[in-house]
Ligand binder design. Structure first.
Ligand SMILES: [Zn+2]
Length: 255
């Protein structure tokens, strides 16, 4: 059984065929799909979808992309929802830092730190977003003495960076990026990491696989990412499959 540890199935581009996508996923043995939070206005839609479809599980958080519409009330609401759904919510996320977007860096850092604090208070792991920001993310996790771990989503980087996250209690999210032969550095890194840190994800509708550029990405393509990962590794398919699902279960709450 496969678990997609990161998929934005709440986005409106899935509104017209979400049921079909989920039915197809079931046939492909994708048992669980984790929907990370992005902005306060989506949280109730995520929660409602997870009530409706037991395959779906949610995390709640403020993604750096959407911080231009941030209001301080959102952090209060986040804490309230984490209390209300303490037996259902998987993590605080997706949260992090992104140096490629037009959102004030100080604001990103401030909201990231506040959400780390909230996660620590609720004893919840976090789902981390990075883009050209590993050093700052690692520095902040250490400075805040964050102890709950979680998943570094769509990891790309060096073995050293991955190992630093692993030492901080994190699993490493493996997505469609590894299907690209030009991603040789990340492919080499993923090939060398211990099996007990690897988790699979699609990040759908974003991050299309090689050969599917320009198309909506979908959790239905998770088996292809798995095949690509397996081709880089020495384990049997069964060992790798079991490990990837087990690793998600131990890194997130309520799974
Ligand atoms: Zn995402």
């Amino acid at each position: 059984m496969l678990i997609d540890s990161h998929c934005h199935l709440d986005f409106s581009c899935f509104d017209h065929d979400r049921v079909e996508v989920l039915n197809h996923c079931r046939k492909l043995a994708i048992e669980t799909i984790v929907i990370p939070g992005t902005q306060a206005s989506q949280w109730h839609k995520q929660i409602d979808l997870c009530h409706l479809y037991p395959q779906l599980k949610f995390a709640l958080g403020l993604h750096p992309y959407f911080l231009n519409s941030f209001e301080s009330l959102h952090l209060v609401e986040l804490s309230q929802l984490l209390n209300q759904y303490q037996d259902k919510v998987l993590a605080v996320g997706e949260i992090g830092l992104d140096s490629h977007i037009d959102v004030d860096w100080k604001l990103q850092l401030q909201i990231f730190e506040q959400q780390l604090l909230i996660a620590e208070e609720h004893r919840l792991p976090v789902i981390l977003h990075h883009r050209n920001s590993h050093n700052e993310l690692i520095r902040t996790l250490k400075a805040k003495k964050f102890t709950q771990g979680g998943i570094v989503h769509a990891f790309s980087g060096s073995v050293q960076q991955a190992k630093t996250y692993i030492d901080l209690g994190f699993k490493i999210g493996v997505g469609g990026g590894i299907t690209y032969s030009r991603a040789s550095k990340t492919r080499r890194t993923i090939a060398q990491l211990p099996i007990d840190c690897l988790v699979l994800e699609t990040d759908a509708p974003d991050m299309p696989l090689m050969g599917k550029q320009g198309q909506r990405n979908s959790p239905e393509y998770l088996p292809e990412i798995f095949e690509s990962l397996w081709s880089l590794r020495n384990e049997t398919k069964q060992q790798l499959l079991q490990a990837c699902s087990h690793n998600v279960r131990v890194s997130l709450a309520n799974l």
